[in-house]
Design a protein. Structure first.
Length: 113
């Protein structure tokens, strides 16, 4: 597999990973919470864990492709966390805005309005 193909696959997987905490109802993907739905803090914690996991995968890919890891300054990490935030926007909007609107629309439709 070429480096370009691996990079594209990594970006797609990162996009999916950034949205998983906002779409999945289980905490850390396995634990069902007694209160019902996850809070925003649970989602944010999962999102942060997935950011570090994706960073580790990216480091492994760099090591394998280049044979060494290049030193990065704080700007690199600021950009990657910002990009991961942008990737998470569709899932965030779905959870905290669209999901409520869809639920209301289903209730109106089931009542016959």
């Amino acid at each position: 597999m070429s480096l370009t193909t691996a990079s594209i696959i990594l970006i797609i997987v990162a996009f999916i990973a950034a949205n998983l905490p906002w779409i999945n109802e289980r905490f850390l993907f396995f634990i069902r919470l007694e209160e019902g739905a996850k809070s925003a803090w649970h989602c944010l914690f999962e999102w942060l864990i997935l950011y570090f996991i994706m960073g580790g995968v990216a480091l492994g890919l760099e090591q394998k492709a280049m044979g060494q890891l290049h030193a990065q300054d704080w700007e690199f990490y600021a950009v990657t966390v910002s990009l991961f935030m942008v990737f998470a926007l569709p899932g965030f909007v779905y959870r905290f805005d669209l999901k409520g609107h869809l639920k209301k629309a289903r209730l109106r439709h089931s009542r016959g309005h």
